[in-house]
Ligand binder design. Sequence first.
Ligand SMILES: NC(=O)c1ccc[n+]([C@@H]2O[C@H](COP(=O)([O-])OP(=O)(O)OC[C@H]3O[C@@H](n4cnc5c(N)ncnc54)[C@H](OP(=O)(O)O)[C@@H]3O)[C@@H](O)[C@H]2O)c1
Length: 286
Amino acid sequence: MILVTGATGTVGRALIDQLRTAGERVRATSRQPADAQLPADVEVVRADLGDPSQMAAAMRGVDRVFLLSTGPAIPEHDAIVARAAADAGVERLVKLSSGRTGDDTATDPIPTWHRAGEQSVRTSGVPWTIVRPLGFMSNALHWAGTIRVRGAVYAPYGQGRIAVIDPRDIAAVAAVALTADGHDGQVYTLSGPQALSPGEQTAVLGEVLGRSLEFVEVAPEQARQAIVEHGVPAEMADAIMALRATALAAFTSVVHDTVERLTGAPPRTFRQWAIDHAAEFRSAAA
Ligand SMILES: NC(=O)c1ccc[n+]([C@@H]2O[C@H](COP(=O)([O-])OP(=O)(O)OC[C@H]3O[C@@H](n4cnc5c(N)ncnc54)[C@H](OP(=O)(O)O)[C@@H]3O)[C@@H](O)[C@H]2O)c1
C-alpha cells in the first residue's frame, strides 16, 4: 500500500492516476476527505501533515510514502511525516522537493524550507528518494483569467527562462521511485524539454488557442499585489516573488535528461501541456 500526501493537488492527482494504472493500492490523505474527489478505489483518510497522531494512523499498513508538503510549514510537516514513516516501518519514502534546493546560492524561503524538509527525510532511517522539479507548466493556469477576459498575460521577469515541466512527468518519476528498486538515496532534478520565458509560453498558448495573445511585463510589486489579492498570505506571496526573481538566473533554465532516463519517455513539451489544458484558457462563450 502506498500513502500519497498532497493527494488532492496537481502532482498528487497525477501520481494517483499513474499508481492505479500500475495496479498499486493507494491510500490518500486530505484535510477534507469529503471534497477530495478521488477515484472510488482510493482509500481517502483525513490527516493534517501537522498532526503527528493523524499521520501515524494514516501510515498503518503502508509500506511506501509519497511526501508532498507546501509553504512555510514544510520543515515541520516533513519532520512529522519522516518520524511517522520511521515509526511505522515504512520501506520507501519519496519526497517532492524543489529544483532550486540544489542551487547553493539560493537562500530565498522556498528552497530553504525544502532543504530542512529534505534533511528530516535523509536522517529518518527510512530509505528515501528526493525529487526536485523546476517550475511547473501548470503555473501558467494563473494566467487563464486574463487570457480569457483580455487576451493578455501579465507577468514579471519577462527575460527569465525556466525549463518548465509537466506535473504528469514529475508524477511519472515519483511513481518509478516508489515502485522500482534502485532509487534509494538518489536526488533527481527534473525539467521539461525546453527553457521558456513567460512571453514564449504566451506565444505557444496563443497558437494552441488560435488567438493572438499579448504579453505584458509587469513590475514585481504589481505581481505581488495580484497574488495577495488572490488570497495568498503575505509570507507566501513574498516567497513566490523571491522564487520568480530567480527565473533570471541561469540555474532554472538548464534542461535535465532525468525524466527520460527514469521513465523511458521524453518529457512532455509545453505545447502538449497547453493542448491538454486548452479548455481552461477558453471562455465559456468561445
Ligand atoms: N509550482 C511550482 O512551480 C513548483 C516547482 C517546484 C516545486 N514545487 C513544489 O511542489 C509542491 C506543491 O505541489 P502541488 O502544486 O501539486 O500542490 P497543490 O496543488 O498546491 O496541492 C497541495 C496539496 O497539499 C495538501 N495540503 C496542504 N496543506 C496540508 C496540510 N496541512 N496537511 C495535509 N495536506 C495538506 C492539499 O490537500 P487538502 O487540501 O486536500 O488537505 C493539497 O492536496 C510544493 O512543495 C512546492 O514547493 C512547486
